[in-house]
Design a protein around this ligand. Structure first.
Ligand SMILES: Cc1cc2nc3c(=O)[nH]c(=O)nc-3n(C[C@H](O)[C@H](O)[C@H](O)COP(=O)(O)OP(=O)(O)OC[C@H]3O[C@@H](n4cnc5c(N)ncnc54)[C@H](O)[C@@H]3O)c2cc1C
Length: 486
């Protein structure tokens, strides 16, 4: 069948633009590429009417991963501020654990504009203001997308050999896919965090580096302030901040019940800003580069990536594949890695003439090898952490985390908490002993899961059996973890 393009990338957000640039790079612009986004050009990449809602933080390592491989280099204006790392603070603020190395605070509204300019240089076409609603099939093969052209109010339809879905966590394309049983379509409610943030200027209040640090992204763990998630104060300049929090909705309900409150996410964010002693007179940014993006809420997934990210003629990347890291919801890093990888895989498949599930399978293998091997273990770990009390978090951060564990977290891996087993370690309090057992349990599960992902099937034939074993292990973990439900 003659198609309009070789490749369609649905969604011109961060992941979609990297994927398109990567495909142009690896094909030396031999393949024709169309990116489709529902926004007009000046709002390219906007997640919803609330803006490009994000904490805006990414590690330098992930940006370099993309830059060295596909020669997409980021600078000003998309990089707004530089930091030395992330600092996680315990609820009592007595323990501060630095992890992750150098990083950047991005301007997410500006980034797509730079990505667009680079895309044009690479011969990539972009269609704007198209609301995609579904996929076009020929038999069992995806051969395009359809939707509505908002400029003309006319139906829209374009065909391609492969469609990459980069339309984000709410993807209608993934939700409605009909030619695969391997790809999961729907996400469990408890694997979603409800989050929001403000981008603000402020006057300096008290000097307190646990409240605002121009050199570090601060993460506040606290089950009263952000139940099942965390609050963040990410510096965007000496007196500019991205401040917000994420919660898991059922845990927010429990917390409200426990405290006799009726807070919602926006209310919690506003309280979180108001109680920050280093921030006085906060006001939303009115900078032109934040004009459509100063405040808003959105959702982010905190589970392992979709276990199968390809179908005949179809692939997932970024939030539509549930790539954000289960532990901290960081989705930019994995999107950069996957966006880089997918470009090579899709070009190889198109040029070899096999764009079936089998022909596209290598993408699953490469992503799991590079990043995805660790996410199921982190998902189990996250479920345990979400159930802890503030006292357990205080104790655990103070006593159970060794240097090696912090290094593991920095690599985005599950720590092995080897200190807990050490002779002579006295654990005070029944709840803390219970926590130690929980950490030992998730460490053990993580070992099995990581090994299982090391054996990710090399071709679709092995998937069913591999997936069955995975589902069984995950279900068992969920049941076991109930023991730690406080
Ligand atoms: C509050 C919050 C804070 C976060 N903080 C961080 C952080 O500090 N660091 C980090 O690494 N990650 C963070 N994340 C996650 C990060 O923002 C995402 O992982 C990242 O934006 C994913 O990019 P994406 O391109 O996959 O999806 P998106 O950014 O959602 O882009 C999807 C694009 O597709 C378009 N689209 C959607 N549906 C359609 C359709 N039907 N038709 C046409 N176009 C469509 C959208 O308009 C958008 O342009 C945060 C997320 C949230 C919500």
């Amino acid at each position: 069948m003659k198609t309009d393009y070789d490749l369609i990338v649905a969604g011109g957000g961060l992941a979609g633009m990297v994927a398109a640039q990567s495909a142009a790079h690896y094909s030396n612009q031999r393949i024709s590429i169309l990116v489709i986004d529902r926004n007009p050009p000046i709002l390219l990449g906007r997640k919803s009417i609330n803006g490009w809602v994000c904490g805006d933080a990414v590690s330098k390592e992930a940006v370099d991963y993309m830059g060295t491989r596909i020669k997409s280099v980021w600078g000003k204006p998309e990089i707004e501020h530089r930091v030395k790392g992330v600092m996680a603070l315990s609820p009592d603020r007595e323990t501060a654990i630095p992890f992750d190395g150098d990083g950047y605070l991005l301007n997410r509204q500006q980034l797509p504009q730079s990505q667009y300019r680079e895309a044009l240089k690479r011969g990539i076409n972009v269609d704007f203001e198209i609301n995609l609603t579904g996929l076009v099939y020929e038999g069992n093969q995806v051969v395009g997308v359809e939707g509505l052209d908002k400029k003309t109010n006319q139906p829209y339809r374009k065909t391609a050999k492969v469609v990459i879905d980069a339309t984000g966590v709410t993807s209608m394309l993934r939700n409605g896919i009909r030619n695969t049983t391997k790809m999961e379509k729907k996400i469990d409610r408890t694997d979603l965090e409800s989050t929001g943030r403000h981008i603000m200027y402020f006057d300096k209040g008290e000097e307190d580096l646990t409240e605002f640090d121009p050199d570090y992204c601060l993460i506040h763990l606290d089950q009263d302030i952000a139940p099942g998630g965390y609050g963040w104060v990410f510096p965007k300049g000496p007196n500019k901040v991205n401040i917000g929090l994420g919660v898991e909705k059922t845990l927010l309900d429990k917390r409200n019940k426990r405290l006799g409150k009726h807070d919602d996410v926006t209310g919690l964010i506003n309280q979180y800003v108001a109680r920050n002693r280093a921030i006085r007179n906060p006001r939303l940014s009115t900078d032109p580069e934040d004009a459509h993006n100063a405040t808003g809420n959105f959702q982010v997934s905190v589970r392992r990536q979709n276990d199968c990210m390809v179908a005949n003629g179809f692939m997932l990347v970024g939030d539509s594949a549930w790539m954000p890291k289960p532990l901290d919801a960081g989705g930019i890093g994995p999107a950069l890695i996957a966006g880089t990888i997918i470009g090579k895989n899709v070009v190889d498949a198109i040029e070899s003439g096999d764009v079936t599930e089998k022909g596209l399978w290598q993408y699953n293998v490469d992503y799991v090898r590079e990043y995805g091997y660790k996410t199921a273990g982190l998902e189990v770990f996250r479920r345990l952490l979400q159930m802890l009390t503030n006292e357990q978090i205080n104790y655990g951060m103070k006593h159970f985390l060794g240097n090696m564990d912090v290094e593991a977290i920095s690599r985005g891996e599950h720590p092995d908490f080897s200190m807990i087993g050490k002779m002579g370690m006295i654990i005070r309090g029944a709840l803390n002993k219970k926590l130690a057992d929980g950490l030992r349990y998730t460490t053990q599960q993580n070992r099995w899961l990581t090994e299982h992902y090391r054996n990710y099937p090399k071709s679709p034939e092995g998937f069913e059996e591999w997936s069955k074993k995975l589902q069984k292990a995950m279900q068992e973990s969920y049941v076991q973890l109930e023991k730690w439900n406080n």
